[in-house]
Design a binder for this molecule. Structure first.
Ligand code: ATP
Ligand code: MG
Length: 489
């Protein structure tokens, strides 16, 4: 078997091979590029390992390309990088031998042979190299049978897995990430070593752990990764709230579904509908408060009242703990968790336009994503039921579309802002401002008053009075002349 390069790759590799020859440095392609080429997956960047000074090789190789790329040299790490004009990234490293101290993932490094360098790689499928040297250009250099493991779909460490994972525990996350992305199995000995070494993950920074977790979540079938995280018990350490979802309790012969497996099913369903990482996070977290809100009600069975609200409150805490971004993305996930039961309530009979408007207003721009989450939340094994529920949601979508076409609620803002309320009643930001604002919004959404400034202003004065507030002169005068406060627009 030979590796197949594209023309553009072949051209670039010949130039690098030429430069390596001139310097007398044996040079090899290695790592993700080789792996993904053989698997027929898209490749983004290529890694080269050379026996000697990688900085010197990169500097000379870059001169062979037109226009000359700018070479970045990282003397401390002994690595170099340049990017070709078409965006192809090339990384160079000198072959090295590593030894680790127990308390860190920073190894002591010294120059070594290609095989030394392959040994320090995480998995056999990532340690596979291709020679770029004249005498055997294009041949595999494969001391750890990476090719076989690629064919068999196996994740396995080149050396003793306990040593490999203890040296750099991030590799445990990487093993599971690759198994999930490539739909590979983890070799039993490698798997058991992850289980034995799981506690070592604590020396890895949260950012790196979360980075791998996000790659799992962005895979085609994220449940594969989560099941492995669960089975190796890494999940118990990195995301204990999710473990709480696992299992089903029985009282009086009545059980509830296992919410861990349900959540994974919802996540896979969302993954089929969307590549949006944050919508996938909403799937992971939609039922996160079920354990905290679980009750058994006599004669009724299991309930999880308010789990969407409690779950919403857990979102910022979990995002903070996992070092996920706390801005817009977090708010989006929280909102979807809080709203995830609302479309179901619209599948009942006799739904009023005002209920539809209210959902459109609350979901706003994220209405379509919310519907995708709800449709994914149907995990019954009964095909008939699934189809019926999906049809019900289709009706909700149609009804929402009609109302939206008339009322344009999704991007609508009530005509009276908090600013106007504060100025009219001489208030500082405070509770009554919110109460009056919500009352105006509700009155319009319920069709109690028309959706315009005048009606809303009059309604505000009435509500203010009910709260015992007095409108100041300027506020009332502005109403009379029909002039709105510009800063409040
Ligand atoms: P991808 O880029 O798709 O995440 P990759 O295999 O290219 O996959 P990189 O993180 O880019 O992964 O690393 C490039 C190569 O460096 C890997 O193929 C592997 O040989 C080696 N490598 C990366 N991280 C580690 C690690 N923690 N331990 C050992 N080797 C590693
Ligand atoms: Mg890579």
């Amino acid at each position: 078997m030979k590796i197949q390069f594209t023309e553009r790759e072949e051209k670039a590799f010949r130039k690098i091979s030429e430069a390596a020859m001139q310097l007398g440095l044996p040079c090899y392609l290695i790592g993700g590029f080789v792996r993904d080429k053989i698997l027929g997956r898209p490749t983004k960047d290529a890694d080269f390992v050379c026996v000697g000074d990688a900085l010197e090789l990169a500097t000379l190789a870059a001169k062979a390309f037109k226009p000359h790329p700018k070479v970045s040299l990282y003397k401390n790490f002994g690595t170099a990088h340049f990017r070709l004009s078409d965006g192809f990234d090339l990384e160079f490293v000198g072959a090295r031998k590593e030894s680790y101290q127990r308390h860190s993932r920073k190894p002591d490094v010294e120059p070594g042979t290609v095989e030394d360098d392959q040994k320090r790689r995480d998995f056999t499928i990532n340690a596979l190299a291709v020679s770029l040297n004249k005498e055997d250009y294009g041949n595999f250099v494969d001391p750890f049978n990476g090719l076989d493991d690629l064919k068999q779909g196996l994740i396995r460490t080149p050396l003793d897995p306990d040593q490999t994972f203890s040296d750099d525990p991030l590799r445990m996350m990487r093993a599971i990430r690759f198994a999930c992305q490539l739909k590979f199995r983890i070799y039993p000995e490698t798997f058991h070593a992850i289980k034995r070494n799981k506690d070592r993950i604590k020396i890895i920074s949260q950012e790196r752990i979360t980075d791998e977790l996000n790659k799992i979540i962005l895979s085609e079938m994220p449940s594969i990764g989560f099941k492995l995280l669960y089975d190796t018990e890494l999940l118990h350490i990195i995301f204990p709230q999710m473990i709480e979802l696992a299992g089903a309790e029985f009282i009086e012969g009545k059980g509830h579904k296992d919410n861990f497996y349900h959540t994974l099913q919802v996540l896979d369903n969302v993954a089929e509908r969307s590549d949006n990482l944050w919508l996938r996070w909403a799937a992971i977290l939609h039922d996160i408060a079920k354990p905290a809100t679980k009750r058994f009600e006599e004669g009724h069975g299991w309930t999880f009242h308010g789990h969407e609200v409690v779950g919403g409150r857990m979102v910022p805490k979990i995002f903070n703990q996992l070092k996920l971004p706390l801005g817009e993305q977090m708010k989006y996930v929280r909102k979807l968790v809080e709203l995830h039961l609302r479309p179901i309530s619209l599948t009942k009979e006799n739904i009023t336009d005002s209920a539809v408007r209210r959902l459109l207003f609350d979901a706003g721009e994220d209405f379509d994503d919310l519907m995708k989450l709800c449709e994914s939340d149907i995990t019954s094994k009964n095909r008939y039921k699934v189809n019926r529920y999906l049809q019900n949601f289709e009706l909700v979508r149609e009804r929402c579309k009609e109302v939206e076409e008339n009322d344009k609620i999704r991007t609508w803002q009530p005509p009276i802002t908090g600013e106007i309320i504060m100025q009219t009643f001489g208030l500082r930001p405070s509770k009554p401002v919110g109460i009056i604002k919500d009352a105006i919004k509700d009155a319009i959404l319920d069709g109690q008053i028309p959706n315009n400034y005048e009606a809303a202003f009059a309604y505000m004065l009435q509500k203010g009075e009910e709260c015992g507030l007095r409108a100041n002169e300027s506020g009332v005068r502005r109403q009379e002349t029909g002039e709105a406060e510009t800063s409040a627009e």
